[in-house]
Design a protein around this ligand. Structure first.
Ligand SMILES: Cc1cc2nc3c(=O)[nH]c(=O)nc-3n(C[C@H](O)[C@H](O)[C@H](O)COP(=O)(O)OP(=O)(O)OC[C@H]3O[C@@H](n4cnc5c(N)ncnc54)[C@H](O)[C@@H]3O)c2cc1C
Length: 372
């Protein structure tokens, strides 16, 4: 059976890696819209569930070498005073680019997968309904007009998934209530000082926070999280982001000022965070959705990449004994049954954390930024 994977981010590369272990998959083709040299983001935390999924996907890779361990959280007020500290189950802070490069090498390493970079899926074609297998996808059509046929299709094209819209036209992302400016600071002194601690600074009035983690090699991944209603930006250019950060964070703790002064905001990214109300199903016919395409969640959960990895592992387990395309609907239906409750939980937890983030710190305490 031939598989087509739409999107070469975490979900797409993880699914391709997992399919590489299934002998009944003769070839996998990943279609990735971005050219190979496009900027690929700052970084994220691999949580225990994501790390366990990675070990199952590719036990031969030393995933710990791709990042820096985080073992504590320190929640602070904007002036630096400590509000709460606690241990975390060890998580790995990785550069998204470095992690994706390793995952890509792993996905393509088996020789039965190929990647089409710089190609975008615009629409799909389906076989006419029949009683046994309604809504069966036959091919995806690329922006250059070429069609790719397959037997199994995996929509891994991120939060604003076009593939999802083709399967579930009524599904809609929420409005972006929280914006994040994500940056990397070249700050060896600050990275050493942070060590294995995730620090998060909070404006006591709520709706504004700064988080930072060492990512290795003297680099610090950091973000400004803000209430999009209250803090408005005219554009997302480097100078605008830098001026906004300077003005908004004036007088904050010295770590924050250090991160500000060692950041090139031309490399920063303004992320308008949206979540997806739970879908009625994560599959349709011979097509399944994974990662943000299936369950975009708010960044408070730190579960975007981790859930994508778990999706791939669970779906591959269910496909292990499927030998013909006719057997996929049952496996995909079971995937929906198993994963949908988890997605619903992340959606609700993200919303709960968002409400706590927007409220004054004294009313609900600082937001514990991670969901296991
Ligand atoms: C450029 C970028 C930078 C990011 N930076 C960060 C970050 O710094 N920190 C963080 O926590 N999260 C970041 N994220 C989000 C994070 O990677 C995801 O939330 C999480 O990893 C889930 O991964 P995913 O594979 O489901 O989605 P994504 O990582 O969004 O990957 C989806 C992929 O599909 C491709 N695609 C979309 N539409 C099409 C199409 N029609 N045809 C072909 N390909 C298509 C996209 O180019 C993308 O590579 C970033 C995402 C992107 C795309």
């Amino acid at each position: 059976m031939r598989s087509i994977i739409i999107g070469g981010g975490v979900a797409g590369l993880a699914m391709t890696t997992a399919l590489g272990a299934l002998p009944q998959i003769s070839e996998s083709t990943i279609i990735e819209r971005r050219p190979t040299d496009a900027p690929s983001g700052m970084g994220f935390l691999l949580m225990p569930n994501g790390l366990a999924a990675l070990r199952e996907l590719a036990p031969q890779v030393h995933w710990a070498h791709t990042g820096h361990w985080i073992e504590h959280a320190s929640l602070r007020a904007s002036d630096g005073s400590i509000l709460r500290e606690h241990a975390l189950e060890p998580a790995l802070c990785v550069s998204r680019a470095r992690f994706l490069s390793q995952l890509r090498a792993t996905a393509l390493g088996g020789g039965r997968a190929r990647m089409l970079d710089g190609a975008s899926v615009t629409h799909l074609t389906t076989l006419p309904d029949d009683d046994a297998f309604a809504d069966r996808v036959q091919s995806v059509v690329l922006d250059n007009g070429n069609a790719l046929d397959g037997e199994l299709f995996f929509g891994c094209d991120g939060a604003r998934s076009r593939f999802r819209t083709m399967l579930f036209p009524k599904a809609e992302l929420s409005d972006a209530a929280i914006h994040e400016i994500v940056s990397v600071a070249e700050a060896p002194v600050l990275a050493r000082e942070l060590g294995t601690t995730f620090r998060k600074y909070h404006d006591p009035r709520g709706g504004l926070a700064v988080g930072m983690l060492a990512e290795g090699n003297g680099r610090v991944v950091w973000f400004i999280q803000m209430d999009a209603e209250r803090y408005r930006l005219s554009d997302a250019s480097g100078p605008t982001l830098a001026a906004f950060a300077d003005a908004t964070l004036d007088g904050w703790a010295s770590d924050v000022i250090e991160a500000l002064s060692t950041t090139d905001f031309n490399q920063s990214h303004l992320w308008k965070t949206r979540d997806l109300p739970p879908l009625p199903a994560l599959h349709r016919g011979n097509a399944a959705l994974l990662g943000d395409a299936a369950h975009a969640c708010l960044p408070f959960t730190s579960q975007g990449a981790n859930s994508a990895l778990v999706d791939a592992v669970r779906l591959a387990r269910l496909l292990r004994d499927v030998r013909t395309v006719g057997g996929t609907p049952r496996a995909f239906a079971e995937y929906t049954r198993l994963r949908r409750p988890n997605h619903r939980r992340l959606f609700l937890e993200g919303r709960r954390l968002r409400a706590a983030f927007l409220a004054p710190v004294a009313s609900s305490g600082p937001v514990l930024p991670l969901v296991a």
